[in-house]
Design a binder for this molecule. Structure first.
Ligand code: ADP
Length: 436
């Protein structure tokens, strides 16, 4: 940028003839000394802002010292920001914003300077009519590496206040200021990227930690039922030649089967949840008679209920229509809810399955009268690995906190909803709907 001589009219020459050569020389010397003093201040400012890394720091330095450089009643910085926004930062005087830089005809002098990349300097009469009693203006673009970052604006209530010299000094100031602002912007960008990187690193560490915890939990959760399975099979083997042990054989067979099914269920949950993470959980839709599915479940879990001295019941409204669903996924959702009802209910407890039509959908309920869930967990338990903790903060661990996450993913993949209604100490009702 170079100060545009054409936008600046000649400084009032005065009556040259009245001046003797000595007076003129003295005047020139005084002007030169004043100019030299301003250049020294400018160097000081340049050194000080060169040390600042942040925009705030740069603006504070300029705000504190610019008065030594130029005289004004108002000084401000206007900065173009990313995505079309801008900032008007008053450094001195009126903070009434950029309105004072608007002429009566409403053309905005700052925008004009930014667009033309030329400074604006008021000198001629009549002065443009602008706000707050200001009569002289000096607006200089802040240009760095070919871009106009904004402007520095000076206003004075005195008429004819700014001269070519002021423009020159202002121009020198903007060269340093624009470079410092650009550096501060780069520094802020580097800081932002660094913070992003640090956050990514933290996320990665947390994910690694979670993976390690999960691996440990899965090994533990698979080892237990595997031991039950092997133990039951070994006992069964011993009983093969003992015909009078027929009744006990059924019990051990049941234990082995339920341990094996538990393991498969856990592995399936893991696979399904990781599929959903990769957005590959696509339900295979076909008409499904959910009443029939629930009745089969009631039948299947009756033996377990008897063994654990619990009760399982089912209640269905007659003539319910089939629903478009993935029968495999729905069957596992119901299995997960029933298994939880068993896990979190003491002997003597009751598990009730219900199905009815509601709001153009089918609504399935799995109700238990077990330990219940505190209200603050009602939403969270559908997130991965969330488990209700005891008063000391330790999870009441009977699983790994994947079952309900799978249920929500599967139900939502059917455009349905799932939630829980529960009172601690009284029991829980898990409800899900599927649209008809
Ligand atoms: P988990 O494998 O731990 O059972 P889930 O995702 O199936 O994982 O359940 C998450 C948590 O929700 C459980 O750890 C438990 O604290 C709570 N929860 C789930 N179902 C019930 C229920 N029927 N009664 C009480 N608490 C339950």
């Amino acid at each position: 940028m170079s100060p545009d001589a054409s936008s600046v009219s000649a400084v009032s020459a005065g009556n040259e003839a009245d001046r003797s050569p000595l007076t003129t020389t003295r005047q020139l010397l005084a002007d030169l000394q004043a100019y030299h003093a301003r250049v020294s201040v400018l160097q000081e400012i340049a050194t000080a802002i060169g040390r600042e890394l942040t925009l705030d720091g740069v603006l504070q330095v300029v705000g504190r010292r610019v008065k030594w450089l130029l005289d004004f009643d108002h000084c401000s910085i206007y900065l173009n920001r990313a995505a079309g926004s801008s900032d008007f930062i008053p450094l001195f005087g009126s903070s009434s914003g950029q309105t004072i830089f608007k002429t009566a005809s409403s053309s905005n002098l700052i925008e004009q300077v930014i667009q033309t990349k030329q400074p604006y300097l008021t000198q001629n009469d009549p002065q443009p009519e602008m706000g707050a009693g200001y009569r002289s203006y000096l607006i200089i673009p802040l240009e760095s590496e070919g871009d106009v970052l904004g402007t520095i604006n000076f206003a004075s209530q005195a008429p004819h206040h700014y001269r070519q010299e002021d423009l020159r000094i202002g121009h020198l100031l903007t060269m340093h200021l624009a470079a410092a602002i650009r550096n501060a912007n780069r520094f802020a960008e580097v800081n932002r990227l660094y913070a992003e990187l640090a956050q990514t690193y933290d996320d990665l560490r947390r994910a690694e930690q979670l993976r390690d915890d999960l691996t440990r939990m899965i090994i533990h959760d698979l080892r237990n039922p595997l031991n039950v399975l092997l133990g039951s099979l070994e006992i069964l083997e011993l009983m093969l030649d003992a015909p009078r042990q027929a009744e006990n054989r059924t019990k051990w067979l049941h234990d082995a089967l339920s341990a094996g099914r538990g393991m498969v269920g856990l592995i399936d949950d893991l696979l399904e949840v990781s599929k959903a993470d990769d957005q590959k959980l696509q339900p295979n839709l076909a008409p499904v008679d959910l009443v029939k599915v629930l009745a089969e479940k009631e039948n299947f879990y009756r033996a377990q209920a008897e063994q654990e001295q619990k009760m399982i019941t089912m209640q269905a409204v007659e003539g319910l229509p089939p629903v478009m669903a993935d029968v495999r996924l729905m069957s596992r959702v119901i299995d997960n809810l029933i298994n939880n009802a068993f896990k979190y209910t003491e002997a003597g407890g009751c598990i009730a399955l219900k199905i009815e039509e509601k709001e153009r959908g089918l609504q399935v309920q799995v109700q238990d009268n077990g330990q219940g869930i505190p209200p603050e967990y009602h939403h969270q338990i559908f997130d991965k690995f969330v488990q209700v903790t005891d008063t000391a903060g330790a999870p009441l661990r009977k699983g790994i906190g994947l079952g309900l996450a799978f249920c929500r993913l599967a139900v939502e993949a059917h455009q349905g909803k799932i939630w829980v209604e529960s009172v601690p100490g009284q029991g829980s009702t898990f409800i899900f709907t599927l649209p008809l």
